[in-house]
Design a protein around this ligand. Structure first.
Ligand code: GLU
Length: 292
C-alpha cells in the first residue's frame, strides 16, 4: 500500500520584532503552495530566545498575518514550550559522541583567529561569512570538561562536524521543489564547521529545534527564504543522524529593500504594522510584493 502523508507546511517566524514585507511574502508563498498542494499550513513561533522574543510581538504577528489574509489553526507550536523535545535530541547526539561542550568565549574565539591570521593562516568562514569555531576543544578530555562544568564555566554544545559526517556518510542531499519540478541539491554541511547545537543558556539552537520541530510536526514541504538555503545542509545532516524523514524544500527569493539589502526587523518603514498604520490595505501590500 502506498503511504501518502498529508501535505503540511509551516510558517515559522521569531517573535522578536514586527513582521516586515519579506515575512508577508514568505507567508503568502506558503499559503499559496499549501492551497495548490491541498495541504495544511501551520504556524510555529520560533522563540527559543526567551529574552528577545516577546508575547506582544507574537500577538502582533498573528494579528498582522490575519489582516493579510493568512490565518492559522490554534493552538500553534511555541518552541519555548518544547525544550524537553530538544533536550532528547541533544541527549541522543551526546550518546553518539557527536557533540562536545564548548567553553570558549566570543573574545577568546576572536583572539585565536586573530593569532592564526597573524601567522598567515587564512581562517575559514561559513557561508554567512562568520569565521568557523576553532576545533581544539574536540579533544578536551571528558574529565577536564566535567571539571569545568562542575566549576560553573558556561558552555554550549557543538557538533563535531568530522565525526558527524563520518556517522551520516557523505551522501547528503535534499530535493528543492518549484512548481512540478524537483531538483536534487548536494548538501555541504562541512562548510559550517562545528555548528552550535545547544546555546549556553538552553538545551537547543536554531538548527536543532528547527529540525526536531519539522519532524515532530510532520512537515512535508519547507518553504522559506533563500537566506536559509545553505543552512539546509546542516538540517539534512541532523535529520540523517537523528533518523528523521526529510521534507522537500523550496527557498524562495528574498524581498529586498530599495538599497538592495535584506529587510530587517529594526527598520520600521517596511514593517507591516507601520504600513498598516499609514493606511495601506492588504491589497496594497500584495501590490508591493513580487508576483507569486
Ligand atoms: N525562524 C526563522 C526566521 O524567522 C525561520 C526558520 C525556518 O523557516 O526554518 O527567519
Amino acid at each position: 500500500m502506498v503511504n501518502i502523508k498529508p501535505v503540511r507546511l509551516r510558517f515559522a517566524p521569531s517573535p522578536n520584532g514586527y513582521l516586515h514585507l519579506g515575512h508577508a511574502y514568505s507567508a503568502l508563498v506558503n499559503k499559496h503552495i499549501a492551497r495548490i498542494l491541498k495541504g495544511e499550513l501551520v504556524l510555529r513561533m520560533e522563540n527559543i530566545d526567551t529574552t528577545r522574543c516577546k508575547t506582544h510581538y507574537e500577538n502582533a504577528i498573528v494579528e498582522d498575518l490575519s489582516w493579510l489574509g493568512v490565518d492559522f489553526r490554534k493552538p500553534f507550536r511555541r518552541q519555548s514550550e518544547h525544550f524537553s523535545d530538544y533536550q532528547k535530541a541533544l541527549d541522543e547526539l551526546e550518546k553518539l559522541g557527536l557533540v562536545y561542550p564548548a567553553f570558549l568565549t566570543r573574545g577568546e574565539v576572536k583572539e585565536i583567529i586573530a593569532e592564526a591570521e597573524r601567522k598567515g593562516k587564512n581562517w575559514p568562514r561559513d557561508p554567512d561569512g562568520t569565521p568557523l569555531y576553532p576545533t581544539d576543544e574536540r579533544s578536551l578530555s571528558k574529565s577536564k570538561a566535567r571539571e569545568m562544568i562542575a566549576e560553573g564555566v558556561p558552555y554550549s554544545w557543538r557538533l563535531n562536524m568530522d565525526l558527524a559526517l563520518r556517522f551520516s556518510g557523505n551522501d547528503l542531499y535534499w530535493y528543492e521543489f518549484h512548481g512540478n519540478q524537483t531538483k536534487k541539491v548536494i548538501a555541504h554541511p562541512e562548510l559550517w564547521g562545528d555548528v552550535i547545537i545547544a546555546r549556553k543558556d538552553m538545551p537547543t539552537s536554531y538548527h536543532l529545534s528547527v529540525v526536531v520541530d519539522d519532524a515532530l510536526q510532520h512537515i512535508t514541504h519547507v518553504v522559506r527564504g533563500n537566506d536559509l538555503f545553505q543552512a539546509t545542509s546542516v538540517h539534512r545532516l541532523l535529520q540523517t543522524i537523528l533518523g528523521y524523514e526529510p521534507p522537500l524544500y523550496y527557498h524562495h527569493p528574498l524581498v529586498l529593500g530599495h538599497d538592495g539589502h535584506k529587510l530587517s526587523k529594526s527598520n520600521k518603514d517596511t514593517s507591516l504594522r507601520s504600513l498598516r498604520e499609514k493606511g495601506l490595505t492588504a491589497n496594497d501590500i500584495f501590490a508591493l510584493l513580487p508576483k507569486i
